[in-house]
Structure formats: C-alpha cells, structure tokens
Design a binder for this molecule. Structure first.
Ligand code: 5GP
Ligand code: ZN
Length: 114
C-alpha cells in the first residue's frame, strides 16, 4: 500500500472530514487549520508536486480551482476573500508530497507570507 497520507484518505484507510468527492478530486478539512476556514482540495491521482504535472493534467488543475471556488462560496468566504496556495517542495513548506490546493479564509492575511 502507498505510504502517502492523502492516498490513504482517498482509499478510506485514514479518517478525514471529507466535504466533497467527485471523479477527479476530493476536498477535506485540514487537520491543523491555519485559518477559520482551511480546506484542502486534492486530486484523486497521486501527483507528488506541481513539477510532476503534464499537459494531460490541464483539465484537472482547472477543476481543482473551480472546486476550491465553489467551496469558498459554500463557506461564505468568497466575497470577503480567501487564499489558494499550492506549496511546491521544501523551501515552500510542502510536507505532503501529493499535490493539494490549500483554501484559506475567514481572517485577513498578510502578503508576502513568511
Ligand atoms: P503542505 O505543507 O504539504 O503544503 O500541506 C500539508 C497539509 O496537510 C498541512 O496543512 C497539514 O496540516 C495537512 N495534513 C497532514 N496530514 C493530514 C491528515 O492526516 N489529515 C488532514 N485532514 N490533513 C492533514
Ligand atoms: Zn498520494
């Protein structure tokens, strides 16, 4: 079995608060939230980093963003604002090497991040 946490969640081997699942992605509550709303939109396919995306993933990447925006609307944070982040490799703070779009909102955020 894969030792990837998000593959294990996808396959139901680790519990998670799953908010959405379709044929391409799932969305869940981050276990260690950094904002009042902190969701993760995760492709079902195991893709380690953004550097591993190919032209075949164009539609998938668009789908991740559209799903994030839909969830932001559902959470009522869309109009005030929210941040979408995909960390890539260690300097950016990536800790789980299965790409995921962070959806952060519900509080003002600084820019640039630390
Ligand atoms: P990264 O640092 O790779 O950009 O983000 C990984 C995110 O996954 C972190 O925000 C972390 O809190 C979250 N995370 C790690 N393990 C789990 C888990 O088992 N369940 C959930 N729901 N989130 C997790
Ligand atoms: Zn994975």
């Amino acid at each position: 079995m894969s030792d990837c946490i998000f593959c294990k969640i996808r396959d139901g081997h680790i519990p998670a608060r799953v908010l959405h699942k379709d044929e391409q992605c799932m969305a869940l509550e981050d276990v260690n939230p950094q904002a009042p709303t902190h969701l993760l939109v995760i492709p079902l396919e195991h893709i380690p980093t953004v550097n591993d995306l190919t032209g075949d993933h164009r539609e998938l990447v668009g789908h991740l963003y559209l799903t994030a925006a839909k969830l932001a609307h559902q959470r009522g944070i869309a109009d005030k604002g929210y941040r979408l982040v995909m960390n890539t490799h260690r300097d950016a703070g990536q800790t789980v090497f299965h790409i995921h779009l962070h959806v952060l909102g519900g509080r003002p955020m600084e820019w640039p991040p630390g």
